[in-house]
Design a protein around this ligand. Structure first.
Ligand code: G3H
Length: 539
């Protein structure tokens, strides 16, 4: 049976020339020890969420393939990173900050030249709309530029000496070892690079494994990674997570674990490490961010923010609003405006102008989402927007479900897709308890005008989530702001400046301020006899 949504898929000829991929992209290269090695073995097909219409019916586009490496190749990559770090004595961890920055700046030049190729692959591999794909690329470049700026600032401030209780010291930040960086499929470039580059800039060496989707888009950058860094400083592997990454964790040689994904996946991998006290983790995990809409909220603003909050990139953002909790007195008015706005969202291909709803990359996702909706409906909820529940292959139309109650899967499970559960509340304490009792604690949004009441909510939530957004949707940005979460939502804090701290350890040189010691330190400084103990900063 065909549905109206089937017609949104193009024929091959209807794909605009500017976004067509060159050909079938068979990738056999992976990066180990400064060398692009060729994998002769089994490949993993890369299926696009985009189907094409053919005389035989809809066919899913297979756009290429990537290497299915085994634990052997991933352990080779780890060995290269271990060698380049050389217990902290390698070229990279001992290089001056200014020189490390030069390597990254060379990479940035090469990266900018690959914008079109990476943006096109973002569209084809994960179905991200073109403006959002371009934004992801540009935001990533900006993030690296900002990280360099923050590192220069850090280097400047840490060159100062401090004195206390007759002791003087210079406190700097030093690298920690080998980092394993893994990002998510919804921001395969931005989120991965938001840990990878701070790790590199602080002097660590890295093994990077791309996300489960959004894998081919790293290919246009492989030569730049090879050419801009010393051998072994950055190594890039491909394959099934458990086989490749599991072996790395079991080796006990990973010192830093940067992972954006599920708390289940993170826990399984952390458990494999034989020396947990030697592993430092920074994790961005699941979330179920609620928006609480009070009866005095500016409804037009709340609707606008909740539309982008729940449905931009089909709700596939870790920061997306995944539950709307609306006061009973305004729920009907809110739903009327909200569902009208949802039904106006344009479905289509990632490159279609003005498109809001695009195909989903996870196989079986439409059926999973329908299961959540069916569960809610079987327990008394309804689909309340016109297009809700429609689906075709990888498309799932945005679906607003109301009234959602605590016994439904949609109340607690992270849907990570275009289904919007709406709950109703009467007393403020009900909304507070919902947040307090949640398994997750990333962010929330609060819509209302009464300052006394908002103040009380802020106090109730400040020990529950990492960020409270007033009259606006949840989001990670600006990237200079801290990004974290409580409970099963995160471990550690990321921001441009925080990431530099996460991937380093404070290390100090201290001495009693006697005349002899002062002379000794001054001599080291003026004769430039140490790269670490120095007041030189080149910026
Ligand atoms: O998927 C999680 C992203 O970090 C969200 O970032 O709030 O800027 O979309 P965003």
């Amino acid at each position: 049976m065909t549905t109206a949504l089937d017609d949104l898929f193009p024929t091959d000829a209807q794909v605009p020339p500017g976004v067509r991929l060159p050909a079938y992209l068979e990738q056999r290269e992976y990066l180990v020890g400064g060398e692009l090695r060729i994998w002769p073995g089994e490949l993993n097909p890369v299926q696009s969420p985009v189907f094409v219409r053919t005389p035989e019916g809809l066919k899913q586009k297979v756009i290429g393939a990537t290497p299915l490496l085994t634990s052997r190749e991933s352990l080779d990559a780890l060995a290269a990173a271990v060698k380049a770090y050389d217990l902290g004595r390698g070229v990279w961890p001992t290089l001056r900050v200014a020189e490390r920055i030069e390597h990254v700046e060379r990479f940035l030049v090469a990266m900018r030249a690959q914008r079109t190729a990476v943006v096109n692959l973002l569209m084809w591999e994960i179905g991200k709309p073109q403006p959002d794909s371009e934004k992801e690329f540009d935001r990533t470049v900006d993030l690296i530029v900002e990280t360099i700026r923050a590192l220069k600032e850090l280097d400047r401030t840490s060159s100062r000496f401090i004195q206390d209780q007759g002791i003087m010291a210079q406190i700097r930040r030093a690298p920690m070892g080998v980092a394993l960086c893994m990002g998510p499929y919804n921001y395969p470039l931005n989120e991965t690079f938001s840990t990878l580059f701070p790790a590199l800039l602080m002097g660590n060496t890295v093994v990077f494994k791309p996300a489960k989707f959004g894998v081919l888009l790293v290919r246009p950058l492989l030569e730049a990674f090879r050419d801009c860094f010393p051998p072994g400083v950055i190594n890039i592997i491909y394959g099934r997570g458990r086989e490749t990454v599991g072996a790395l964790m079991e080796s006990g040689k990973v010192d830093l674990f940067a992972f954006i994904g599920t708390n289940k996946g993170a826990s399984e991998l952390k458990r494999m490490h034989p020396h947990p006290h030697r592993l430092k983790s920074v994790l961005g995990l699941d979330a179920k961010n609620p928006a609480i809409i009070l009866e005095d909220a500016d409804l037009d603003n709340a609707v606008k923010e909740c539309i982008t909050g729940t449905l931009s990139f089909n709700g596939q953002r870790c920061t997306a609003l995944k539950l709307l909790v609306v006061h009973r007195r305004i729920v009907d008015a809110f739903l009327e405006k909200f569902t009208a706005a949802v039904d106006k969202l344009k479905p289509g291909m990632p490159w279609d102008p003005g498109v809001a709803i695009t195909p989903l990359p996870e196989p079986g996702k439409a059926a999973y989402l329908q299961g959540l909706v069916d569960d809610a409906v079987s327990k008394g909820a309804r689909v309340v927007n016109k297009t809700g529940g429609q689906s075709s292959r990888s498309f799932y139309a945005p679906t607003v479900v109301y009234p959602v109650t605590k016994d439904m899967r949609l109340a607690g499970e992270e849907q990570f897709g275009p289904v919007v559960p709406v709950m109703v509340f009467d007393e403020d304490e009900e909304a507070v308890r919902l947040v307090v009792e949640s398994q997750f604690g990333q962010q929330l949004s609060l819509f209302g005008k009464d300052s006394a009441r908002i103040g009380r909510f802020i106090d109730a939530f400040s020990n529950q989530v990492g960020r409270i957004n007033l009259n606006c949707q949840c989001q990670r940005g600006p990237d200079t702001f801290p990004f974290n979460g409580r409970k099963d939502s995160a471990e550690g804090t990321l921001s441009v400046a925080d990431a530099l701290r996460v991937f380093s350890i404070r290390t100090l040189v201290a001495t009693k301020t006697t005349p002899d010691n002062t002379t000794l330190v001054q001599s080291i400084l003026t004769r430039r006899e140490s790269d670490f103990l120095t007041t030189d900063f080149l910026f």
